[in-house]
Design a binder for this molecule. Sequence first.
Ligand code: NAD
Length: 248
Amino acid sequence: MKILIYGVGGTMGHYVRLSAEKTDDIQVLCGVDKFYTGNEFSFPVYKSTAEIAEKPDCIVDFSVPQGIYDYLPYAVQNGIPCVIATTGYSEEDYAFIRQCSEKIAILQSGNLSVGINLLLRLVKETAALLGNSADIEIVETHHNKKKDAPSGTALLLANGIREVLPDHENHLGRAGVGKRERKEIGISAVRGGTVVGKHAVSFFMDGESITLSHEAENKSILSDGSLTAARFIVKQRAGLYSASSMFS
Ligand SMILES: NC(=O)c1ccc[n+]([C@@H]2O[C@H](COP(=O)([O-])OP(=O)(O)OC[C@H]3O[C@@H](n4cnc5c(N)ncnc54)[C@H](O)[C@@H]3O)[C@@H](O)[C@H]2O)c1
């Protein structure tokens, strides 16, 4: 499979290239990066999809939210499946992604690691089993350079819980809000040092508690996951897929 890395000059673009080098079946055909000015790659790097001469089998995107307005029209026109790993989309962006997924296969996920997607499944099962008999709290920890809080993964977990407990609501932080209600999903963010990413979901019952947790040790789990997603999405019909579809 020949892939296009969108955002190839960035941190995750670097890891996707390294992940592809470790495989026998995936080759980087070209990259797109609006702000990349180097020349260290063995493949061409374009400023936008308007300049692309080759036809990739799949686009893997780790860039910025507005990138979709460049590459999705190109992907629809050329029938190219896409893996969208970028985070931070608005409702309008999601509507555009859904509209394009009527024509091409798109997998979109805020976390592509096997472990987090397994955690998501276990958390949803636990929430469904316990129903309203537990107070649910999520604590996420990341390095001191992370800009957003809470993490996209904490929101992915909280939103997964709300699929099975639709009357629950996310509560970010607890300062000044007083006593908690049972139907709150508390989310707390901790920042420090070089922690790649830790997520813990606790279910507090009367007299006992269960905590399910995941710890990322490096970023390759995410770039390896994006290639697993590429292998999955090139075999699918048009539609919008989540990471859980490829692990089921
Ligand atoms: N889904 C996941 O598993 C996962 C994992 C890690 C990071 N991410 C997300 O991936 C995204 C990228 O993360 P990163 O750490 O590599 O960021 P980064 O800032 O290091 O890299 C982003 C790259 O995109 C390029 N870029 C910026 N604007 C562009 C545009 N309009 N068109 C084309 N390229 C453009 C930049 O020049 C840069 O090289 C973020 O949204 C991050 O949250 C997702």
